[in-house]
Design a protein. Structure first.
Length: 119
């Protein structure tokens, strides 16, 4: 028999096993990328909500600036935000902190803060 004419069955099985492992690794990587993209999109949208609420707090009248919270819609999703007022290290200023969570979620996804004049 001429042994140089092709691959043996064992060589083909090893090649298929290596190819199968590579395909599984690529599928795992693609799935992980999809999950990471979804997380990044959620955090980015939460950051936009936090920034919007911080700008609103900066533009509010001093008498209207109070601690509280609310709900908004952005990107087809519901978001809950909470505004806290804390004393600032400088006299005459107040620190405004805004935390944002997905609607019904407990984890803070984004925060924004600013200093502004106090009453």
């Amino acid at each position: 028999m001429n042994r140089g004419a092709g691959f043996s069955l064992l060589e083909l099985l090893v090649a298929l096993a290596v190819f199968g492992l590579l395909v599984l690794a690529m599928l795992q990587l693609a799935g992980e990328n999809t999950r990471t993209l979804a997380i990044l999109q959620e955090q980015w949208l939460a950051d936009v909500v936090a920034g919007n609420q911080a700008v609103e707090a900066a533009l509010l009248d001093e008498s209207a600036l109070v601690a509280g919270g609310g709900r908004v819609q952005l990107g087809g999703r519901g978001w809950e935000w909470e505004r806290r007022l804390e004393p600032a290290p400088v006299e005459g200023l107040v620190r405004v902190r805004v935390d944002v969570r997905a609607a019904g979620g407990g984890q803070v996804l984004a925060s924004a803060g600013l200093l502004r004049e106090s009453r």
